[in-house]
Design a protein around this ligand. Structure first.
Ligand code: GDP
Length: 426
């Protein structure tokens, strides 16, 4: 059976923790999109880890970790990450890399940084991991696919062609050092050496695994609102963050994805620029930011303070709908235990009218939040394992949000650890 773990919002919903937890009963965990630009934070028996490229299942001895064709593969980052977990006592994970995955090149990272510099104050808040230049090249058909590392003739010709095209921009738009095709070839050869032992025909591997009845988990990065088609374009990421893309980015039939677990955080947070309707500021925001997540809401990749806000029912209802949610995992609920009252955004007022349907970007920018205040529960709910044992106001908060978003909340996460979870049968 294939399941997907994806985000309803702007990312950082706690997908890593849910994937790590569900990894226990999975045979194969697949990353199907994105690159090293976002991170998952995982707390388990080995310690606390920030993963960027490896799937969150790498900590189990019984799972195989797969980098699907849809991923922006940063080869040196992948190997650094493998090394860093092995150094801390995690057994060497079983890793497979799709022969159809494309590689992030050092010039992609440079272009990312140069473009941010050129845009100045109008920048997108990129993590400068090369993701946007990488996907642009993939669709312009000038990217380097892992399989091409094994076709030397093609590679020698292609490095010249790519350098020629990139150098026009480097020279005339960015005024930066040019790419030397020989150096580019050497870079590719170093990636070949690193990646060779793991290269695999992943779609065939997964086809056979599905036939054998294996449990496969697709792990999404970021969330619905960062999807290039359905998100807050242009403040989005460059690959689809939706479960549907799991079929493409892993190479499996869409109908095989039987369960779509959409992760929603009990309040909102976002990194980077873009409209964020339920955002809060000042002391109120600082308090939530510092209490949030596990040790504060600061980016796993960049350490940047995340923007924070109250739970947004409009964005989350839409985010869950676009994912095709079968189950909602509601996370980081324990953090809200300090509040007397908890505001929840239940509508957007746009041009004098209130809507609960998430709009396109230019209208989103005009949206003002309509808040409803719910009573807080003022206790620490960590350690509770049964839904009925949660304080009444806490259950009311969950059930109110469930009714607003319209998808069943079947898992409630009340702490960063693997066991901090309450299952709720619906
Ligand atoms: P991801 O990108 O969706 O995997 O999310 P991140 O890992 O960036 O952010 C989630 C943060 O919240 C991490 O620091 C987790 O350890 C932490 N976390 C996850 N679930 C919970 C929870 O239920 N309670 C608390 N307090 N922290 C959690």
């Amino acid at each position: 059976m294939v399941r997907a773990v994806v985000g309803a919002n702007w990312g950082d919903e706690g997908k890593g923790k849910i994937t790590d937890m569900l990894g226990k009963e999975s045979d194969i965990i697949v990353r199907f999109q994105g690159g090293a630009n976002a991170g998952h934070t995982i707390v388990n028996d080995y310690g606390k880890f920030a993963l960027h490229t490896l799937p969150s299942g790498v900590f189990y001895g019984h799972t195989t970790s797969v980098i699907g064709n849809g991923v922006a593969l940063d080869v040196p980052r992948l190997f650094e990450e493998i090394q860093s977990i092995v150094e801390r006592g995690v057994p060497m994970p079983k890793i497979l890399v799709s022969e159809r995955a494309q590689m992030v090149m050092s010039y992609h990272k440079n272009f990312d940084a140069y473009e941010e510099e050129r845009l100045g104050g109008k920048s997108f808040g990129s993590t400068k991991s090369g993701i946007a230049p990488f996907y642009s090249d993939k669709y312009s058909k000038i990217g380097f696919q892992v399989s091409e590392l094994f076709d030397d003739e093609l590679l020698r010709e292609k490095v010249v062609r790519v350098a020629e095209q990139k150098n026009v921009l480097l020279e005339h738009l960015y005024h930066k050092p040019l790419i030397d095709p020989d150096e580019l070839y050497k870079e590719l050869m170093s990636y070949k050496e690193m990646v060779e032992p793991y290269v695999c025909n992943v779609s065939l591997y997964l086809y056979n695994a599905i036939k054998e009845g294996k449990n496969i988990l697709l792990e999404g990065q970021l969330g619905s609102l960062k999807d290039p088609d359905h998100g807050i374009y242009p403040m989005v990421t460059s690959s689809s963050t939706l479960a549907a893309y799991g079929a493409i980015g892993a190479g499996i039939p869409p109908y095989e994805i039987r369960q779509i677990i959409t992760v929603c955080k009990a309040y909102s947070s976002a990194v980077g620029a873009g409209a964020f309707v339920s955002e809060i500021f000042g002391d109120e925001a600082d308090e939530l930011r510092n209490r949030g997540g596990d040790g504060g809401e600061y980016g796993a990749t960049t350490g940047r303070p995340r923007r924070v806000g109250w739970f947004d029912c409009v964005a989350s209802k839409y985010g869950c709908r676009m994912q095709g949610t079968t189950d909602v995992a509601f996370t980081v609920l324990d953090v809200l235990g300090y509040l007397d009252e908890i505001p929840v955004c239940v509508g957007y007022e746009i041009n004098g009218e209130v809507t609960t349907d998430f709009p396109v970007t230019h209208l989103l920018e005009k949206a003002k939040p309509v808040f409803k205040k719910l009573p807080g529960w003022k206790t620490d709910i960590r350690g509770i394992r049964k839904y009925e044992e949660l304080p009444e106001n806490c259950r009311n908060y969950i059930e109110f949000i469930e009714s607003q978003i319209g998808y069943p909340i079947t898992m409630i996460s009340n702490g960063p650890g693997r066991d901090d979870i309450i299952y709720r049968n619906k």
